[in-house]
Design a protein around this ligand. Structure first.
Ligand code: MN
Length: 442
């Protein structure tokens, strides 16, 4: 884990005043990376850093030669149309760039007016920007790391034996699709597929009737590992660039028919939504937590999945929320209805364990590869991160303030995720939004 340094100083303020507003997701202590261009323009996309209600255009910073050394090398890489090259540079470069950006944007000191004169022309209003995916994701893998989610879903399939015997030994995952990853705001079309109804002998092809969301965190691999090589747990922790919110849209009825024996396939690749801002591992340093406590009687992880450091700080204290806005609520301009509120700290496997396990057979991971945690559900119903859990597979419908009810997602519904880190003695940081509206089957 990156050490705490001046970029985490809770006293630090920015000369860009909106970054100092209580409640902003993007104070100067956050500085998440994304890719953007001005909305409606034919500009070349480039990297940026969110600061309050604005974006620091890293290509402008690069052109103006505002940084030196590793920070200059990193800002040159971040001027690309994706952040893959920045991710590949590694933690020393990421940290140098974060420090240089923090110093450029910081209020106070004798040279504040000069830094402001240099930095101000590099700011773009976020409301004028189109946000894009931060990386060209070559490979995407989704895990199943919440034991509460795995148990809740397992109970619906196997009431007497919800967890399969490998669960507490292996971080379970499946290979997802990079091609259908989309940025927040992209519409998601309801898939059509093979469904087999319980009272029918044969499947039919029809629009999905059990469309669901999964509240997850995604994390991007920085320098990876070569084919045939592996990563220790502590190496893996240092190679994670940063985190975003991830909605693993899931067609439960398609999934139920197709998943045996090889796991999810078309139920998942219909689209996966990512929040545009990538909160760096360094920004999250004040919000690390011990890895989740294993109940007495659970096996300890095998040696390659164990380290003192990971046990002490492998967890993430991130509050995660899912909201629903139906078409009617959107038309009435009603506030989104909160479906759940949980915390990533409850996840059974740490992100470093997921990455180490992924590389443990010599599978190469590359800069910009994306890993998902799997649905993050906690022990209490309030914190369950999918509708299949909250509604017991649609049997107990959720009542909304409009009088509408939902078992699964209906056409026109918007699903919205938010996340924040809050701890005494630190400035709270947020992830921005991860949203998507479902449109009817073509
Ligand atoms: Mn998932």
């Amino acid at each position: 884990m990156p050490k705490l340094n001046e970029t985490h100083d809770p006293q630090r303020r920015s000369w860009h005043a909106a970054a100092n507003d209580a409640g902003t997701d993007f104070p100067i202590q956050n500085l998440p990376f994304g890719v953007f261009r001005r909305r409606g323009s034919d500009e070349v996309p480039r990297g940026g850093v969110a600061i309050g209600d604005a974006i620091l255009d890293l290509a402008s910073v690069h052109r103006a030669k505002l940084f030196e050394g590793k920070a200059a090398e990193a800002v040159a890489a971040a001027s690309d149309t994706t952040l893959n090259r920045l991710m590949g540079l590694g933690a020393a470069h990421w940290s140098a760039l974060r420090l240089a950006v923090s110093r450029l944007l910081a209020a106070g000191g004798a040279d504040e007016a000069e830094r402001r004169r240099l930095g101000q022309p590099c700011l773009v209003w976020m409301q004028d920007a189109e946000l894009l995916l931060g990386a060209a994701v070559g490979d995407y893998t989704d895990f199943y790391a919440s034991i509460f989610h795995a148990t809740n879903v397992g109970k619906q399939l196997r009431p007497d034996n919800p967890l399969l015997p490998n669960y507490k030994w292996i971080p379970i995952g499946y290979h997802g699709r990079g091609s259908s990853l989309v940025v927040s705001g992209t519409k998601i079309r309801r898939p059509s597929g093979q469904l087999k109804l319980p009272d029918q002998d044969a499947p039919m092809v029809a629009p999905c009737r059990m469309l669901d969301y999964e509240l997850e965190m995604g994390f991007f691999v920085g320098p990876g590992n070569g084919l045939g090589t592996t990563l220790t747990l502590d190496e893996a922790a240092d190679r994670i660039f940063g985190f975003c919110l991830l909605n693993d849209w899931s067609a439960r009825d398609i999934q139920a028919w197709e998943y045996a024996p090889l796991g999810p396939f078309l139920a998942k690749s219909l689209g996966t939504t990512l929040s545009p801002w990538i909160v760096t591992a360094e920004a999250l340093a004040p919000f690390r937590a011990p890895s989740a406590t294993r109940p007495a009687g659970d096996p300890q992880p095998l040696p390659y999945l164990t380290s003192a450091r990971d046990a002490a700080e492998g967890g993430l204290d991130v509050i995660l929320e899912a909201y629903l806005r139906t078409a009617q609520m959107q038309a009435e301009n009603a506030a989104p209805h909160r479906l759940s509120r949980g915390n990533a700290q409850t996840v059974y496997w740490t992100v470093a364990q997921m990455l180490t396990h992924h590389a443990s057979n010599g599978c190469n991971l590359n800069p910009g590869d994306l890993l998902g945690t799997g649905t993050i559900s906690g022990p209490d119903k309030e914190s369950w991160g999918s509708l299949i859990e909250l509604t017991f597979r649609g049997r107990e419908r959720i009542e909304l303030p409009t009088g509408e009810t939902r078992g699964f997602i209906e056409d026109g519904d918007e699903i919205l995720f938010r996340a924040r880190c809050e701890r005494p003695g630190h400035v709270a940081i947020g992830f921005g939004e991860c949203r998507g509206i479902v449109t009817p089957t073509a």
